[in-house]
Design a protein around this ligand. Structure first.
Ligand SMILES: Cc1cc2nc3c(=O)[nH]c(=O)nc-3n(C[C@H](O)[C@H](O)[C@H](O)COP(=O)(O)OP(=O)(O)OC[C@H]3O[C@@H](n4cnc5c(N)ncnc54)[C@H](O)[C@@H]3O)c2cc1C
Ligand SMILES: *[C@@H]1O[C@H](CO)[C@@H](O)[C@H](O)[C@H]1NC(C)=O
Ligand SMILES: *[C@@H]1O[C@H](CO)[C@@H](O)[C@H](O)[C@H]1NC(C)=O
Ligand SMILES: *[C@@H]1O[C@H](CO)[C@@H](O)[C@H](O)[C@H]1NC(C)=O
Ligand SMILES: *[C@@H]1O[C@H](CO)[C@@H](O)[C@H](O)[C@H]1NC(C)=O
Ligand SMILES: *[C@@H]1O[C@H](CO)[C@@H](O)[C@H](O)[C@H]1NC(C)=O
Length: 450
């Protein structure tokens, strides 16, 4: 036993190279990449560790012939100063994000038959203003971070349908669902999580300038960022396998899929992916971290690009469930929408489902739904649609029970920042949109002792 341990240590010492950096960042999605760029711009040294073979996280672009592409993950960013400053830092050209089509048909995907949308649908601006007025009272949530009012108003913990009735928001439900569909059963989700998925930051972006996107695909942003950060600072296809943390610094042992290990010593550690116990199995967890991170529930979220469907180009097909009132919104597991991509023949779609719904289940649901539209005579869909690209974004929409929230879960969560030189960002800490996440990340980076 003792000998084996010694030998293991010795072989580690032989094959492991050691690096020293100001900050080691785990996760090269939107927030981890942004943090690395900002730290580099402040002349700090970083190591950015990403599990996949490229940066981007929820950003996914499929490139097609003739310079065409489909962004089937992140489609766009708020058209505001923060986004534009970041794009100019990286020399990213951009353009307005416009929908592939404005025409939407409504179909009950359970039967494949045409159906009516929810009652009394308001036009976008009216719906936005009505909903904004109703939620503006929760001032502390306005940046998108999970900074809860103190005391926590009970209404934030009640199911959203009560708030809908109290503020006559029935006509805005279709719109709210366009942004907060990832919560799953919208009407029975606590108001807090609806606001956190579609709140003041998203509404104000829609009202003031809309969205922009990098030219030639969201991937372009991450390719430019990788160049800026420097390939020698990026560890892709790599995960952390153990850590040792104290108030003066951290040591993170990482391993490439090819078996190569590197020991990174840093003043600070920034964790950017959802802090679930399974994601953090490598971490020397404190009892507080262990206890908080065991509380999450989440949704499964899958995104795909499909082709050879037989669907007519230029329409979106929204899934409605007339049995679920008000709003006729589908219930999990559901395929959210078939969205025309703007590229002839290509549609984008998303699946929102409970935790036990696998990628194979999701692919099957896409095929089954197209088949039922054909069987019902609604569209002349083909026998053999092709899933051109598919990605799992799970775990998505991390939530905790209302009892936990009432007992101060989010205060305790934010209280972890800086403990044992460890900091956190990402969509469990702030609303799941890149621009407000970058703003939150700036604040977290500002807290670090570098
Ligand atoms: C389909 C889809 C579409 C979206 N569209 C938009 C949009 O149009 N606009 C918008 O602003 N937001 C959009 N979002 C929200 C999006 O999640 C956020 O904008 C943002 O990408 C979240 O960034 P993040 O860094 O928090 O997480 P992620 O982007 O998920 O980054 C986390 C990274 O950590 C990596 N990772 C995980 N585990 C490990 C590990 N153990 N070790 C190392 N690395 C690890 C992951 O591979 C990933 O790259 C969309 C989300 C989805 C799912
Ligand atoms: C950005 O974050 C800061 C706090 O760090 C906050 O004061 C500011 O309002 C945020 N900006 C936006 C646009 O939310
Ligand atoms: C767009 O990006 C893709 C992938 O990086 C690249 O292959 C292609 O040449 C680019 N197209 C243009 C027009 O820049
Ligand atoms: C923190 O850990 C490092 C090694 O990882 C060690 O050298 C240092 O003495 C520790 N500091 C404290 C205050 O425990
Ligand atoms: C393994 O990956 C590392 C990057 O982490 C790289 O430097 C090294 O060359 C790779 N080794 C082999 C044998 O491919
Ligand atoms: C998931 O669990 C639910 C019960 O919570 C069950 O009804 C359902 O069949 C399960 N789905 C799958 C795909 O296993």
């Amino acid at each position: 036993m003792r000998l084996a341990a010694l030998l293991a240590t010795a072989s580690l010492a032989l094959s492991t190279s050691t690096l020293t950096r100001d900050v080691v960042i785990l996760g090269g999605g939107s927030t981890g990449t942004y943090a690395a760029v900002q730290l580099r711009s402040q002349d700090k040294t970083v190591a950015l560790v990403e599990k996949k073979d490229k940066l981007g996280g929820h950003a996914e672009t499929i490139y097609l012939p003739d310079d065409q592409y489909v962004n089937y993950g992140i489609e766009g960013f708020f058209n505001n100063d923060l986004t534009k400053t970041y794009f100019s830092q990286l020399d990213v050209d951009y353009e307005a994000l416009l929908p592939g089509s404005l025409l939407t048909n409504y179909v009950d995907f359970r039967t494949g038959k045409p159906a009516l949308p929810g009652d009394g649908i308001l036009d976008t601006i009216t719906g936005l203003l009505l909903y904004r007025a109703a939620i503006a009272q929760f001032d502390s949530l306005s940046t998108g971070a999970y900074y809860l009012p103190d005391p926590i108003p009970e209404v934030l913990l009640r199911p959203f349908h009560e708030f809908v009735s109290a503020h006559a928001l029935q006509g805005a439900l279709t719109l709210i669902f366009e942004f907060a569909e990832n919560v799953g059963d919208l009407l029975n989700t606590p108001l807090l999580y609806v606001i956190q998925n579609f709140g003041i930051p998203q509404i104000d972006a829609l009202l003031n300038g809309g969205y922009i996107r990098p030219k030639n695909g969201t991937d372009t942003l991450f390719n430019k960022a990788a160049t800026y950060i420097g390939p020698e600072n990026i560890f892709s296809s790599t995960t952390a396998i153990s850590t040792s943390r104290n108030e003066t610094g951290v040591e993170v042992l990482v391993q490439n899929t090819n078996g190569t290990q590197t020991l990174i010593r840093a003043n600070s550690l920034l964790i950017t992916f959802p802090p679930t116990l399974s994601n953090l199995a490598f971490l020397d967890l404190s009892s507080t971290e262990q206890s908080l991170f065991s509380k999450w529930t989440h949704m499964q979220y899958y995104a795909a690009t499909i082709t050879n469907t037989g669907l007519p180009d230029g329409i979106n097909i929204a899934n409605v469930n007339p049995d679920n009132q008000p709003g006729s919104l589908p219930l999990p597991p559901f395929q959210w929408e078939l969205e025309y991509s703007g590229v002839p023949g290509y549609f984008m779609t998303k699946i929102v489902a409970p935790a036990n719904f696998t990628a194979e289940d999701a692919k099957q649901l896409i095929v089954d739904n197209l088949r039922s539209m054909r069987d019902a005579g609604t569209y002349d869909t083909t026998q053999d649609p092709e899933i051109a690209a598919f990605a799992s974004h799970s775990p998505e929409t991390l939530m905790v029970g209302v009892e936990e929230i009432r007992e101060g879960f989010y205060d305790k969560l934010h209280g972890l920042q800086g403990k044992r030189s460890t900091y956190y960002t990402g969509y469990t800490w702030c609303t799941d949109y890149s621009t407000p996440l970058w703003n939150f990340t700036d604040a977290v980076v500002g807290m670090m002792h570098l």
